[in-house]
Ligand binder design. Structure first.
Ligand SMILES: Cc1cc2c(cc1C)N(C[C@H](O)[C@H](O)[C@H](O)COP(=O)(O)O)c1[nH]c(=O)[nH]c(=O)c1N2
Length: 228
């Protein structure tokens, strides 16, 4: 057998010590979508860069790294984003059956003005040229990759005592115009980011009676769709 010419680039893949493993699961289980618990304190630049570094460590199709991060601190821009949310949210309420509209309207679904920082995460479909390893048969893989970056940021933020709330109740063109995002760039997420000192133990939508967590065993099939 030939020696691996890239052996110098390998690291040990052994398991982490028990306390490190427990911390990873604790971060995953206690991560929450934050709307109302944001504290006004500004986030230090080095902390924001750590969160972006976590996002930038995400897997991406063909190592495309299609993401960009627009840091939005300007209160006027955040106010305009909130206005765009508010218009879309009024439309959204009308889409639910009448008996659910009151509870929908009572839900807080954004923290755009309260969080000191918003991050708009975008996806550039042309980042790695027209043909990308792994995206040859499904172009959506670039957006999926960008979502992986969002999740990395969300988990790193939890470990740092920072809350993140994803807001998606927008007409895309409103955000595009507000932030000067070119047509060819996909808008993936508007994230509200700020320190928090409390989080709900369970998803807020469950706490407030909108929807329960599904039993995992109902979601796992064996060998064929629908077969447990
Ligand atoms: C793609 C996407 C888009 C949105 C969300 C999430 C994701 C993944 N979530 C957050 C969502 O409501 C939340 O994740 C679930 O309710 C589960 O709660 P935890 O995240 O576990 O706290 C979300 N929350 C909200 O208040 N307004 C929103 O517009 C959105 N949009």
């Amino acid at each position: 057998m030939q020696p691996d010419p890239f052996a110098h680039a390998l690291i040990s893949a052994g398991e982490f010590p028990e306390c490190d493993r427990a911390a990873v699961y604790r971060v995953i289980e206690t991560r929450r979508d934050v709307r109302d618990q944001f504290l006004p304190d500004p986030l230090p630049d080095d902390l924001v860069m750590r969160l972006l570094g976590a996002a930038h460590s995400a897997p991406s199709v063909g190592f495309m790294q299609p993401w960009n991060f627009i840091l939005v601190r300007d209160p006027e821009i955040r106010q305009a984003a909130w206005s765009a949310f508010s218009r879309a949210n009024d439309e959204a309420a009308e889409m639910f059956p009448e008996e659910r509209r009151d509870i929908y309207r009572s839900l807080k679904l954004e923290g755009i003005r309260k969080a000191p920082l918003s991050i708009c995460v975008t996806c550039d479909p042309d980042r790695a040229g027209p043909v990308v390893i792994g995206r040859t048969h499904d172009p959506r893989m670039d957006v999926y990759s960008t979502v992986c970056a969002v999740q990395n940021l969300w988990l790193a933020a939890r470990a740092e005592g920072v809350g993140v709330g994803w807001v998606s109740i927008f007409h895309e063109e409103d955000l595009r115009a507000l932030l000067g995002i070119p047509e060819r760039i996909r808008i993936v997420a508007w994230l509200c980011v700020g320190y928090v000192d409390q989080l709900y133990r369970e998803p807020e939508l469950a706490v407030k009676g909108w929807r329960e967590r599904l039993p995992l065993e109902d979601l796992v099939f064996t060998d064929r769709w629908g077969e447990c």
